[in-house]
Design a protein around this ligand. Sequence first.
Ligand SMILES: [Zn+2]
Length: 271
Amino acid sequence: MPELPEVETIRRDLLLHVVGRRFTAVEVMSGAEKVVAAPSPAEFRRALPGLRIEGVERRGKYLLFPLSDGRYLIVHLRMTGALIHRLPGAAADGYLRVRLSLDDKTELRYTDLRKLGMMWLVDDPTLVVGKLGPDALEGLALEMLRSRLDGRTAPVKVVLMDQARLAGLGNIYADEALFLAGVHPRRPAGSLAADEVERLHGAVGKVLREAMGHRGSSFRDYVDAEGREGEHQKHVKVYRRAGEPCYNCGAVIERIKLGGRSTHFCPHCQR
Ligand SMILES: [Zn+2]
Protein backbone atom coordinates (compact mmCIF):
# COMPACT_ATOMS: atom_id res chain seq x y z
CA MET A 1 0.00 0.00 0.00
CA PRO A 2 1.44 3.37 -0.94
CA GLU A 3 2.33 5.36 2.19
CA LEU A 4 3.74 8.86 2.53
CA PRO A 5 7.12 8.23 0.76
CA GLU A 6 5.43 6.59 -2.22
CA VAL A 7 2.76 9.29 -2.57
CA GLU A 8 5.38 12.03 -2.18
CA THR A 9 7.52 10.37 -4.89
CA ILE A 10 4.52 10.38 -7.23
CA ARG A 11 3.76 14.01 -6.32
CA ARG A 12 7.28 15.19 -7.16
CA ASP A 13 7.24 13.35 -10.49
CA LEU A 14 3.83 14.71 -11.46
CA LEU A 15 4.85 18.24 -10.49
CA LEU A 16 7.33 18.17 -13.38
CA HIS A 17 4.87 16.81 -15.92
CA VAL A 18 1.30 17.93 -15.38
CA VAL A 19 1.25 21.41 -13.83
CA GLY A 20 -0.18 23.90 -16.34
CA ARG A 21 -1.82 21.18 -18.43
CA ARG A 22 -5.55 21.13 -19.11
CA PHE A 23 -7.78 18.06 -19.07
CA THR A 24 -9.24 17.36 -22.50
CA ALA A 25 -11.18 14.16 -21.82
CA VAL A 26 -12.04 11.81 -18.99
CA GLU A 27 -12.87 8.14 -19.31
CA VAL A 28 -14.17 6.13 -16.35
CA MET A 29 -13.94 2.48 -17.35
CA SER A 30 -16.98 0.27 -17.12
CA GLY A 31 -17.07 -1.47 -13.73
CA ALA A 32 -14.82 1.16 -12.14
CA GLU A 33 -17.52 3.76 -11.44
CA LYS A 34 -17.18 3.37 -7.68
CA VAL A 35 -13.59 4.68 -7.87
CA VAL A 36 -15.15 8.13 -8.43
CA ALA A 37 -16.43 8.85 -4.93
CA ALA A 38 -17.86 12.29 -5.74
CA PRO A 39 -19.52 13.74 -7.75
CA SER A 40 -21.30 11.09 -9.90
CA PRO A 41 -19.06 9.53 -12.59
CA ALA A 42 -21.13 11.32 -15.26
CA GLU A 43 -20.67 14.72 -13.60
CA PHE A 44 -16.96 13.95 -13.03
CA ARG A 45 -16.50 13.25 -16.77
CA ARG A 46 -18.41 16.40 -17.70
CA ALA A 47 -16.72 18.78 -15.23
CA LEU A 48 -13.00 18.11 -15.69
CA PRO A 49 -12.36 18.85 -19.40
CA GLY A 50 -11.14 22.43 -19.84
CA LEU A 51 -9.82 22.76 -16.30
CA ARG A 52 -6.11 23.43 -15.81
CA ILE A 53 -3.94 21.71 -13.17
CA GLU A 54 -2.44 24.46 -11.01
CA GLY A 55 -0.27 22.32 -8.74
CA VAL A 56 0.24 18.94 -7.10
CA GLU A 57 -0.04 18.79 -3.32
CA ARG A 58 -0.05 16.04 -0.72
CA ARG A 59 -1.77 15.60 2.63
CA GLY A 60 -0.82 12.32 4.33
CA LYS A 61 -1.43 9.67 1.68
CA TYR A 62 -3.76 11.86 -0.43
CA LEU A 63 -2.75 13.62 -3.66
CA LEU A 64 -4.46 16.96 -4.31
CA PHE A 65 -4.59 18.79 -7.62
CA PRO A 66 -5.79 22.38 -7.29
CA LEU A 67 -7.64 23.28 -10.50
CA SER A 68 -8.15 26.53 -12.42
CA ASP A 69 -11.78 26.95 -11.31
CA GLY A 70 -10.85 26.70 -7.62
CA ARG A 71 -11.94 23.12 -7.24
CA TYR A 72 -9.68 20.21 -6.27
CA LEU A 73 -9.17 16.79 -7.82
CA ILE A 74 -8.17 14.48 -4.95
CA VAL A 75 -6.84 10.93 -5.33
CA HIS A 76 -6.25 8.25 -2.71
CA LEU A 77 -4.47 5.14 -4.00
CA ARG A 78 -5.48 2.89 -1.08
CA MET A 79 -4.17 -0.69 -1.60
CA THR A 80 -3.25 -1.19 -5.23
CA GLY A 81 -3.89 2.13 -6.97
CA ALA A 82 -1.30 3.88 -9.17
CA LEU A 83 -1.33 7.19 -11.01
CA ILE A 84 0.92 6.96 -14.03
CA HIS A 85 1.80 9.73 -16.48
CA ARG A 86 2.10 8.29 -20.00
CA LEU A 87 3.45 9.84 -23.19
CA PRO A 88 1.40 9.71 -26.42
CA GLY A 89 1.30 6.23 -27.90
CA ALA A 90 2.41 4.47 -24.69
CA ALA A 91 1.43 0.82 -24.41
CA ALA A 92 -1.76 -0.04 -22.54
CA ASP A 93 -1.58 -0.43 -18.75
CA GLY A 94 -3.25 -3.34 -16.95
CA TYR A 95 -6.19 -2.60 -14.65
CA LEU A 96 -6.81 0.85 -16.15
CA ARG A 97 -9.79 2.36 -14.30
CA VAL A 98 -9.73 6.08 -15.18
CA ARG A 99 -8.02 7.80 -18.08
CA LEU A 100 -7.44 11.55 -17.81
CA SER A 101 -6.29 12.95 -21.17
CA LEU A 102 -4.24 16.16 -21.11
CA ASP A 103 -3.81 18.93 -23.68
CA ASP A 104 -0.23 17.91 -24.55
CA LYS A 105 -1.57 14.49 -25.65
CA THR A 106 -0.13 12.80 -22.57
CA GLU A 107 -2.37 10.89 -20.18
CA LEU A 108 -2.75 10.42 -16.47
CA ARG A 109 -3.82 6.83 -16.03
CA TYR A 110 -5.33 5.60 -12.81
CA THR A 111 -4.77 1.84 -12.55
CA ASP A 112 -6.00 -0.28 -9.66
CA LEU A 113 -6.12 -4.07 -9.44
CA ARG A 114 -8.58 -4.13 -6.54
CA LYS A 115 -10.50 -0.92 -7.30
CA LEU A 116 -10.35 0.21 -3.67
CA GLY A 117 -8.78 3.58 -4.47
CA MET A 118 -10.93 6.69 -4.69
CA MET A 119 -11.05 10.09 -6.37
CA TRP A 120 -13.06 13.18 -5.72
CA LEU A 121 -13.74 16.49 -7.43
CA VAL A 122 -14.67 18.93 -4.70
CA ASP A 123 -15.01 22.66 -4.03
CA ASP A 124 -13.56 22.31 -0.56
CA PRO A 125 -10.69 19.83 0.02
CA THR A 126 -11.36 19.75 3.77
CA LEU A 127 -14.46 17.67 2.97
CA VAL A 128 -12.00 14.86 2.11
CA VAL A 129 -8.78 15.59 4.02
CA GLY A 130 -10.07 17.81 6.83
CA LYS A 131 -9.97 15.11 9.47
CA LEU A 132 -6.33 14.15 8.89
CA GLY A 133 -3.82 14.69 11.68
CA PRO A 134 -0.58 16.59 11.12
CA ASP A 135 1.63 15.32 8.31
CA ALA A 136 4.23 12.79 9.47
CA LEU A 137 6.89 14.49 7.36
CA GLU A 138 6.11 18.18 6.89
CA GLY A 139 7.19 19.99 10.01
CA LEU A 140 6.14 17.35 12.52
CA ALA A 141 7.34 18.95 15.76
CA LEU A 142 8.44 16.78 18.67
CA GLU A 143 5.78 18.33 20.90
CA MET A 144 3.15 17.55 18.28
CA LEU A 145 4.11 13.87 18.24
CA ARG A 146 4.18 13.81 22.05
CA SER A 147 0.66 15.25 22.23
CA ARG A 148 -0.56 12.60 19.78
CA LEU A 149 0.74 9.75 21.98
CA ASP A 150 0.09 11.19 25.46
CA GLY A 151 -2.55 9.44 27.52
CA ARG A 152 -3.26 6.79 24.91
CA THR A 153 -3.50 3.18 26.05
CA ALA A 154 -3.67 1.73 22.51
CA PRO A 155 -0.47 0.12 21.18
CA VAL A 156 1.95 2.76 19.87
CA LYS A 157 1.99 1.08 16.45
CA VAL A 158 -1.79 1.43 16.14
CA VAL A 159 -1.67 5.10 17.19
CA LEU A 160 1.09 5.84 14.67
CA MET A 161 -1.07 4.44 11.88
CA ASP A 162 -4.22 6.34 12.89
CA GLN A 163 -4.49 8.92 10.10
CA ALA A 164 -6.61 11.22 12.25
CA ARG A 165 -3.70 11.42 14.74
CA LEU A 166 -0.77 11.47 12.32
CA ALA A 167 -1.12 11.42 8.53
CA GLY A 168 1.09 9.39 6.22
CA LEU A 169 2.40 6.38 8.13
CA GLY A 170 1.13 2.91 7.25
CA ASN A 171 2.25 -0.60 8.08
CA ILE A 172 5.72 -0.52 6.52
CA TYR A 173 7.00 2.74 7.97
CA ALA A 174 5.35 2.39 11.38
CA ASP A 175 7.20 -0.94 11.83
CA GLU A 176 10.46 0.50 10.54
CA ALA A 177 10.30 3.67 12.66
CA LEU A 178 9.56 1.70 15.84
CA PHE A 179 12.54 -0.58 15.16
CA LEU A 180 14.83 2.38 14.58
CA ALA A 181 13.58 3.98 17.81
CA GLY A 182 14.01 0.73 19.79
CA VAL A 183 10.37 0.82 20.92
CA HIS A 184 8.22 -2.34 21.08
CA PRO A 185 5.13 -1.89 18.84
CA ARG A 186 2.76 -3.24 21.53
CA ARG A 187 3.72 -0.64 24.17
CA PRO A 188 0.78 1.60 25.16
CA ALA A 189 1.42 4.86 23.29
CA GLY A 190 1.11 6.92 26.47
CA SER A 191 3.76 4.83 28.28
CA LEU A 192 6.69 6.10 26.21
CA ALA A 193 9.28 8.06 28.19
CA ALA A 194 10.43 11.47 26.94
CA ASP A 195 13.65 10.06 25.43
CA GLU A 196 11.68 7.33 23.66
CA VAL A 197 9.30 9.86 22.09
CA GLU A 198 12.35 11.85 21.03
CA ARG A 199 13.94 8.77 19.42
CA LEU A 200 10.64 7.91 17.72
CA HIS A 201 10.30 11.45 16.38
CA GLY A 202 13.78 11.25 14.85
CA ALA A 203 13.12 7.75 13.55
CA VAL A 204 9.87 8.68 11.76
CA GLY A 205 11.64 11.47 9.86
CA LYS A 206 14.68 9.36 9.06
CA VAL A 207 12.69 6.35 7.82
CA LEU A 208 10.46 8.50 5.60
CA ARG A 209 13.38 10.47 4.12
CA GLU A 210 15.39 7.31 3.43
CA ALA A 211 12.41 5.69 1.74
CA MET A 212 11.92 8.77 -0.44
CA GLY A 213 15.62 8.61 -1.34
CA HIS A 214 14.88 5.12 -2.68
CA ARG A 215 11.71 6.33 -4.42
CA GLY A 216 9.47 4.28 -2.14
CA SER A 217 8.95 0.57 -1.43
CA SER A 218 7.55 -1.89 -3.97
CA PHE A 219 6.66 -5.03 -2.04
CA ARG A 220 3.74 -5.73 -4.33
CA ASP A 221 1.98 -3.27 -6.56
CA TYR A 222 3.46 0.17 -5.96
CA VAL A 223 4.87 2.00 -8.98
CA ASP A 224 5.77 5.66 -9.31
CA ALA A 225 4.28 8.20 -11.73
CA GLU A 226 6.36 6.74 -14.56
CA GLY A 227 5.36 3.17 -13.82
CA ARG A 228 8.67 2.19 -12.19
CA GLU A 229 9.14 0.28 -8.93
CA GLY A 230 10.81 1.79 -5.88
CA GLU A 231 13.94 0.37 -4.24
CA HIS A 232 13.35 0.77 -0.53
CA GLN A 233 12.00 -2.79 -0.06
CA LYS A 234 15.67 -3.87 -0.31
CA HIS A 235 16.58 -1.69 2.67
CA VAL A 236 13.92 -2.43 5.29
CA LYS A 237 15.11 -3.67 8.69
CA VAL A 238 12.05 -5.56 10.02
CA TYR A 239 9.05 -5.25 7.69
CA ARG A 240 8.24 -8.68 6.20
CA ARG A 241 11.46 -10.11 7.68
CA ALA A 242 9.78 -12.43 10.25
CA GLY A 243 12.00 -15.47 10.89
CA GLU A 244 15.12 -13.72 9.64
CA PRO A 245 17.95 -12.44 11.86
CA CYS A 246 17.96 -8.84 13.10
CA TYR A 247 20.72 -6.84 11.39
CA ASN A 248 21.63 -5.28 14.76
CA CYS A 249 21.71 -8.22 17.15
CA GLY A 250 21.02 -11.46 15.28
CA ALA A 251 17.81 -12.25 17.19
CA VAL A 252 14.97 -13.64 15.07
CA ILE A 253 12.50 -11.00 13.84
CA GLU A 254 8.98 -11.77 15.07
CA ARG A 255 5.54 -11.09 13.65
CA ILE A 256 2.38 -10.39 15.62
CA LYS A 257 -1.01 -8.86 14.77
CA LEU A 258 -1.81 -5.39 16.08
CA GLY A 259 -4.94 -3.53 15.05
CA GLY A 260 -5.55 -6.29 12.53
CA ARG A 261 -2.24 -5.68 10.77
CA SER A 262 0.92 -7.78 10.62
CA THR A 263 3.57 -6.19 12.80
CA HIS A 264 7.26 -6.99 12.59
CA PHE A 265 9.84 -6.28 15.29
CA CYS A 266 13.03 -7.44 16.99
CA PRO A 267 12.24 -8.81 20.47
CA HIS A 268 15.75 -7.94 21.64
CA CYS A 269 16.26 -4.42 20.21
CA GLN A 270 12.72 -3.16 20.85
CA ARG A 271 11.53 -2.75 24.43
ZN1 LIG B 1 17.74 -6.84 17.18
